[in-house]
Design a protein around this ligand. Structure first.
Ligand code: SF4
Length: 450
């Protein structure tokens, strides 16, 4: 039996402390004697993907690769296009200082690197190939054509929802598909919602993407190019795209190396120049990565909260079994003491009869006490296979009013793009084998079956 199979069997049989149904869910990560990280999705026998690389340690009871080192295997791949005899450098996987060094290493001046950078990300050019590099030195273009790759994504399809929301499907180099959403706004605050992984390991019970399990992290280039595409394709149609939210497919902080790098590239002044205050990275609550993010990035942070007790959160967001509410909120309280003028955004998806009572609202006020924050109440977007129902509008308003009366800054977010499955929690396409639905706590059985 291959080593990888032995390790897979150990994970399934012995390591996971959760019930077997969950053991078989999502992603498996384990440290082998040779420190090789084997990642394998439970549906491997139908659809195979195995990635291995060196890592210092990794093990997560929910079988999520949330350890920082789990990103190592992918960050090395960020700058080169795979499967080529002589790999080309993927330009959109480079920060400006890296691009400058790379251009210099080929015998060109830093100023020429800046000219290239501006053609990749600015001046309404958004270069897709050497053909878009008019004005650049002929030899430099020749070098780029031999050694550089401009594109990480291929456009597959665009779907338009009745409210103007657009869902873009991209095919990746390895044939996998990701989704990006453009959300136009009357007040000119158009937003692109980017994906950070193919699928997601977190198995949040209200989320369609979570049913897919995780296939792989996206590279920095694959993330950046979603924003570039959004600007190239839609600026004329919807106006300037000023906001980026990392709330598409995947748990961004599980892919923190590539996500932070992509965000850095997006906010670079001479390029895409998104304001860091308008780039928001969301997390389901990976505490170590969240701390690291707050230290390394000046972009905004959103935390998907969605429950006011550990019992409910353990069920609807299994990551809570590892990082519970007290740890998550205590960490934020502590970390934000050192961040000047910084507010975390709490997202709260409202599920009828599950987390939307007046008692929940009161508990929420207590939970976020002393944390500089805003709260978004989000309407649940139904999808096939989900037993949850959306909270009625009047009840959302009542919940909002209780929070506002308790001193919270709170906003209501109604559904956008759900007729094209482009709304929050609706992205992706689970295959035949899906992450399992977890056992419903007995007190909620009735509300889910009515
Ligand atoms: S809500 Fe986010 S973290 Fe949770 S399963 Fe969906 S994509 Fe993953």
């Amino acid at each position: 039996m291959e080593k990888s199979c032995i390790w897979m069997r150990r994970i399934v049989v012995g390591i996971n402390p959760l019930p077997l149904t969950h053991t078989l869910s999502s992603i498996s990560t384990v440290k082998s004697p040779s420190s090789s990280v084997i990642i394998s999705f439970f549906s491997r026998h139908k659809r195979r993907l195995s990635l291995s690389a060196t890592a210092s340690s990794a093990s997560f009871p929910l079988h999520h690769t949330d350890h920082e080192s789990s990103n190592h295997f992918i960050s090395g791949a960020a700058d080169v296009k795979p499967n080529e005899e002589k790999p080309k450098t993927m330009l959109k996987g480079l920060r400006y200082d890296e691009l400058e060094k790379w251009v210099q290493s080929h015998g060109y001046r830093p100023g020429q690197a800046m000219m290239l950078w501006k053609r990749l990300y600015g001046n309404n050019i958004w270069a897709e190939s050497c053909d878009d590099l008019e004005g650049l030195n002929k030899d430099l273009r020749k070098m780029l054509s031999a050694h550089a790759e401009f594109r990480a994504l291929s456009l597959k399809e665009i779907r338009s929802a009745s409210d103007g929301t657009k869902k873009i499907l991209f095919t990746l180099e390895d044939g996998l598909v990701i989704e990006t959403v453009i959300i136009p706004c009357d007040r000119g605050r158009n937003t692109v919602c980017v994906s950070s992984q193919v699928g997601c390991a977190m198995n949040c019970q209200f989320c369609f993407t979570g049913r897919m399990g995780l296939t792989r992290h996206l590279t920095a280039a694959e993330i950046v190019e979603q924003a570039v595409f959004a600007r190239r394709l839609f600026t004329k149609e919807v106006g300037s795209i000023s906001n980026v939210v990392f709330m598409g497919m995947g748990e961004p902080l599980q892919n923190i190396d590539n996500v932070v790098k992509a965000a850095d590239i997006m906010v670079e002044e001479q390029g895409l120049h998104f304001s860091p205050r308008k780039v928001t990275i969301s997390t389901s609550g990976l505490v170590p990565q969240l701390k690291r993010f707050l230290h390394e990035s000046n972009c905004c942070l959103a935390v998907s909260l969605n429950a006011t007790t550990d019992e409910v959160r353990n069920w609807i967001m299994p990551i809570n079994r590892k990082y519970n509410l007290e740890l998550l909120l205590g960490t934020l309280r502590e970390e934000l003491r050192h961040k000047h003028n910084f507010k975390v955004l709490f997202e709260y998806v409202m599920l009828a009869g599950v987390n939307d009572s007046v008692e929940d609202a009161k508990r929420l006020i207590d939970l976020v006490q002393d944390i500089p924050c805003k709260i978004n109440l989000i309407q649940f977007n139904p999808h096939s296979g989900s037993r949850f129902k959306p909270t009625k509008d009047e009840k959302m308003i009542e919940f909002r009013n209780v929070l506002a009366a308790g001193g919270c800054r709170v906003f209501l977010r109604f559904s956008r793009g759900d007729d094209q499955m482009a709304a929050c929690g609706q992205l992706g396409k689970p295959g035949d084998f899906q992450a399992p639905l977890l056992r419903v706590p007995p007190q909620f059985e009735k509300v889910l079956s009515t």
